[in-house]
Design a protein around this ligand. Structure first.
Ligand code: TYD
Length: 145
């Protein structure tokens, strides 16, 4: 589950919609941090890093954004443009974010507090690390969640 799109259950009717995110229910980890990105310029690129240990769930609660994702097997593009779509990002996923709509609000839930030392910001370093032995160990850890 290094990269997975999930459909979030909507509750609602003519009066509006509601989505609940609950730890270890529809969010498959303990939620230790929530942050959100907004007021982005359309031509900016964000991200350009991977995390050694962090798991995250991203939801474009408003607007849209494109993710370029690479778990070492080659890049894929994922567009988030629906508040009922979640994007699960496991550890060791290189991500780049761009094509933010003017109104985009991207909310991210994470299983760790902010820790700069968890970042890999050099793509060549990332490729070296995913080619090593860390990746299979993580897959075992994820399955145990
Ligand atoms: P960064 O992770 O580099 O954002 P992006 O990958 O979207 O470009 O974070 C931008 C700044 O915000 C940086 O100075 C670190 C800070 N920050 C926090 O203080 N706490 C957080 O939880 C996050 C994600 C970032």
């Amino acid at each position: 589950m290094e990269i997975e799109r999930i459909q979030l259950q909507k509750h609602g009717d003519n009066s509006g919609m509601l989505i609940a995110l609950e730890e270890e229910r529809n969010v498959p980890f303990v939620i230790r941090r929530v942050y959100y990105i907004f007021a982005t310029k359309n031509d900016v690129h964000r991200g350009r890093h991977a995390h050694r240990h962090l798991h995250q769930l991203a939801v474009a609660v408003r607007g849209s954004v494109t993710f370029l994702l690479d778990d070492g097997s080659g890049p894929v593009e994922v567009v988030l443009d629906d508040p009922s779509h979640g994007l699960m990002l496991g550890r060791m996923v290189w991500r780049e974010l761009y094509d933010f709509s003017d109104d985009c609000v991207l909310m991210v839930l994470a299983d760790q507090l902010y820790d700069q030392s968890d970042y890999i910001t050099d793509y060549a370093d990332f490729l070296r690390e995913v080619g090593g032995s860390m990746y299979p160990e993580d897959m075992v850890a994820c399955q145990g969640r």
